[in-house]
Design a protein around this ligand. Structure first.
Ligand code: SAM
Ligand code: SF4
Ligand code: FES
Length: 360
């Protein structure tokens, strides 16, 4: 299959000025990489940039899914409120803190506390948990609990939260409105701005392969990540859940997800990019493939195994019954096979280092 000249020109441009690629270049890289030769060249460029900016360490983030209650009705997600067949759980503060302490003992430098949008976990209660984890473990703490007020974000930041993960999901405002009833892309972007103003390390990202999504809108996703200047970007394939309105839709393709991931490495070279659990779910080699084309993070679950089957965002999730110790040794082997090492410490974004150098 013919690779348009514009692809090679775009790749050269992106390699010369990583972090400063325009939308047309992003789109041309995505379109051209449907060809296997072009795709391999793109993946190699992304892997080289990952090595240059992030090094060879693969950072582990221990994820604690502390509540599967959610007031929202996102069309793609199994935790949506309308899924009345799903038994709901909510971990107690003591359970969450004890889980984080266990993660610290296992050597994790950071934990991610994630949940549905659960108002029962009000801001002061979650602030207390954050504060306790910080005081007792010193771990870097990421929150991922959805859209909340600026005041809530500020309280958690004061309590010791360092990072916040709020994926923009899709940069197409109409698709966003349709798939996340009652919310808008503009509102999500306002929340991301608040997080930035409050000094969080900001993570965002998008789903790949949503019904109605185009290559052009995926190019907008990557351009938006660059504009937001994110410290982290989660990019994973859509996986249909049977108890949602999108039950009959096709899943996102592995190849396309990897291409979006690789282009994202060119657009935000200093951002942490996880090899997502969703990729590992639709392809047994998915995470390894991602680590070879730009990714440098893996997020194993460190929460109690009894709750994991209930945090059913999508079906078939991997590592539902494996204890954190087992995933740790599995990931150690995976990383070693790739000739890389497991990162130590909190694994902060190296962005300030590079941007200071650029400004100076
Ligand atoms: N409730 C918070 C939020 O929406 O930001 C955090 C938890 S939510 C379960 C975490 C992520 O799951 C979302 O950002 C979304 O990208 C992802 N997700 C939900 N359903 C999915 C699906 N069917 N396939 C792939 N990813 C999905
Ligand atoms: Fe709730 Fe997040 Fe799932 Fe939407 S994606 S239904 S906000 S848990
Ligand atoms: Fe959990 Fe491999 S990462 S068993």
């Amino acid at each position: 299959m013919y690779v348009p000249e514009t692809f090679w020109a775009s790749l050269e441009r992106a390699k010369r000025r990583p972090g400063e690629i325009d939308r047309e270049t992003i789109l041309s890289l995505m379109e051209g990489s449907v060809n296997i030769v072009a795709r391999d060249a793109l993946f190699q460029a992304a892997d080289e940039l990952r090595h240059r900016y992030m090094g060879d360490e693969v950072h582990l983030r221990g994820i604690i899914e502390f509540s599967n209650n959610c007031v929202r009705n996102c069309h793609y997600c199994g935790l949506r409120a309308a899924n009345t067949g799903l038994p709901r759980y909510r971990m107690s503060s003591d359970e969450i803190v004890a889980t984080a302490e266990r993660a610290a003992r296992l050597g994790f430098g950071t934990v991610v506390l994630q949940s549905g949008e659960d108002p029962v976990w009000d801001a002061p209660a979650l602030a207390e948990v954050v504060h306790k984890i910080k005081r007792r473990t010193g771990l870097a703490i990421t929150l991922s609990v959805g859209d909340r007020s600026r005041e809530d974000y500020a309280l958690w930041r004061e309590a010791g939260a360092d990072r916040y993960l709020l994926k923009h999901e899709t940069a197409d405002p109409e698709l966003f409105r349709r798939l996340r009833p009652g919310t808008t892309l503009a509102g999500r972007l306002t929340a991301l701005r608040h997080l930035r103003e409050l000094g969080y390390q900001v993570g965002s990202g998008n789903i790949v392969g949503l019904p109605g999504q185009t290559l052009s809108s995926l190019a907008d996703d990557v351009a938006l990540l660059q504009e937001l200047d994110v410290e982290m970007a989660g990019i994973g394939p859509f996986i249909p859940h049977p108890q949602t309105p999108l039950a009959a839709a096709s899943p996102g393709a592995v190849d396309l997800t990897l291409r979006v991931l690789a282009v994202t490495r060119l657009a935000v070279p200093w951002a942490h990019l996880p090899a997502t659990t969703a990729l590992g779910t639709i392809d047994p080699e998915g995470r390894q493939k991602a680590l070879r084309c730009g990714a440098n993070v893996v997020m194993p679950n460190v929460g109690p195994t009894e709750y994991r089957p209930l945090y059913q965002i999508y079906p078939g999730k991997i590592c539902l019954s494996e204890m954190a110790e087992k995933c740790l040794s599995c990931l150690g082997r995976m990383v070693q096979t790739l000739g890389r090492t497991i990162g130590q410490g909190p694994g902060d974004s190296p962005k300030p280092r590079f941007q200071q150098r650029d400004n100076g």
